[in-house]
Design a protein around this ligand. Structure first.
Ligand SMILES: Nc1ncnc2c1ncn2[C@@H]1O[C@H](COP(=O)(O)OP(=O)(O)OP(=O)(O)O)[C@@H](O)[C@H]1O
Ligand SMILES: [Mg+2]
Length: 344
């Protein structure tokens, strides 16, 4: 339609990665214009949203009694519809307000296991925020596109996307998903595991932010034999006395404590390889598995998976941005896809 063409000319089509940990928005011709934590600060009584994104994350663990900071996309699914709606609307408006009155086309990356009800909620929020046309695309497909994996070729490609709350392992060929398995274990699970461990073993209570910080600094999945053991000071509160205390831990002990989530991630990779038709499996061995998502940045993780599966693994460039870049590229190259599949 001519009107659509005109709208398209003026509108800023958007690709959105609605992640458990972070929400990113890509605008055609501009690149990534927004990257904020998927957090909303809410007033307990009225459930009114007081802050969204970066501002709300600053409040995590530090809020007064009547304000709570919520991660509404916890575990890759929608835990709280109203709050998610508020969050999507806020982010789209924030980006969109810079261009007046034009309704954009919006592509949103969603987890593979998401239910119909959840899909509808995502779609409705985007509609309310002023989107003209909405496409939902599976995160792993978007991640593959964003990582420049040649998905349109008649060959098998495997992508492991490890986000905050989920790990998705997919085999893609000819532009479509052949197999996809996901578990509700992602980078945040390592933080949780460490919190539980130091509480149980050392009687020290630490917060999510501290735990993530330790993971990023010296967390690892694969210990190189020749590498020096690193240590770190962890600050928390003694469970018994309630007083502040500092604990020293080293990289070997932290690796040990990560074994459980690491095994779970490995299991889903093995399972997916096992389900892959032989021809496609041969392609994957030749091309290597591609890893995306912030969770893939855990030191030594690609190496750990390569060693355990015997298949080469490559870490994508900018793992944190693959999904959103993929949604953007999808908008630009829409003619190559059967868009009806994505128009929910
Ligand atoms: N340098 C790093 N080392 C280890 N982990 C990291 C690093 N940087 C980010 N992470 C982890 O990556 C995760 C967030 O990744 P990402 O932003 O891809 O998730 P998401 O897309 O929001 O989540 P999901 O895809 O599950 O919905 C967090 O668990 C974070 O702690
Ligand atoms: Mg993600």
């Amino acid at each position: 339609m001519i009107i659509d063409k005109i709208l398209g000319f003026f509108s800023s089509d958007m690709g959105i990665d609605l992640g458990t940990a972070n929400t990113l928005i890509h605008v055609k011709g501009e690149g990534i214009v927004l990257c904020e934590p998927s957090v909303v600060a809410v007033h307990v009584g009225s459930r009114k949203a007081l802050a969204v994104g970066t501002e709300a994350k600053r409040m995590l663990g530090r809020t007064p009694k009547d304000i709570i900071a919520i991660r509404p996309m916890r575990d890759g699914v929608i835990a709280d519809f109203d709050i998610v709606e508020e969050m999507i609307r806020y982010f789209i408006k924030k980006v969109h307000n810079r261009k007046l009155f034009v309704r954009p086309r919006v592509v949103i990356g969603i987890p593979t296991g998401i239910t119909e009800v959840e899909k509808r909620a995502v779609k409705e929020s985007a509609e309310q925020a002023g989107a003209r046309e909405i496409f939902l695309i599976e995160e792993s497909l978007a991640a593959a596109i964003g990582a420049n994996v040649p998905i349109q070729e008649p060959a098998g490609n495997m992508v492991i996307d490890i986000g905050g709350g989920t790990t998705e392992v997919s085999v893609i060929s000819l532009g479509g998903m052949v197999i996809s398995n996901s578990i509700r274990i992602g980078g945040n699970e390592f933080d949780e595991t460490l919190i539980q461990y130091v509480k149980k073993v050392y009687g020290l209570i630490i917060g999510e932010r501290t735990s993530e910080d330790v993971k990023i600094k010296i967390g690892n999945a694969y210990l190189e034999k020749h590498k020096k053991v690193e240590t770190i000071e962890i600050r928390g509160r003694d469970a018994a006395t309630g007083l502040p205390r500092i604990l020293e831990m080293d990289s070997v002990e932290i690796k040990e404590c990560f074994n459980d989530p690491l095994e779970q991630i490995l299991d889903v990779v093995r399972e997916t390889l096992d389900q892959t038709p032989p021809e496609l499996a041969a392609d994957i061995v030749e091309r290597g598995i591609v890893m995306t998502g912030g969770g893939s940045l855990l030191k030594g993780l690609p190496k750990f998976i390569a060693r355990e599966t015997g298949v080469p693994v490559v870490l994508a460039e900018n793992p944190l941005n693959c999904v959103v870049l993929g949604t953007g590229k999808f908008l630009e190259e829409m003619s190559k896809f059967n868009t009806n599949v994505f128009r929910q």
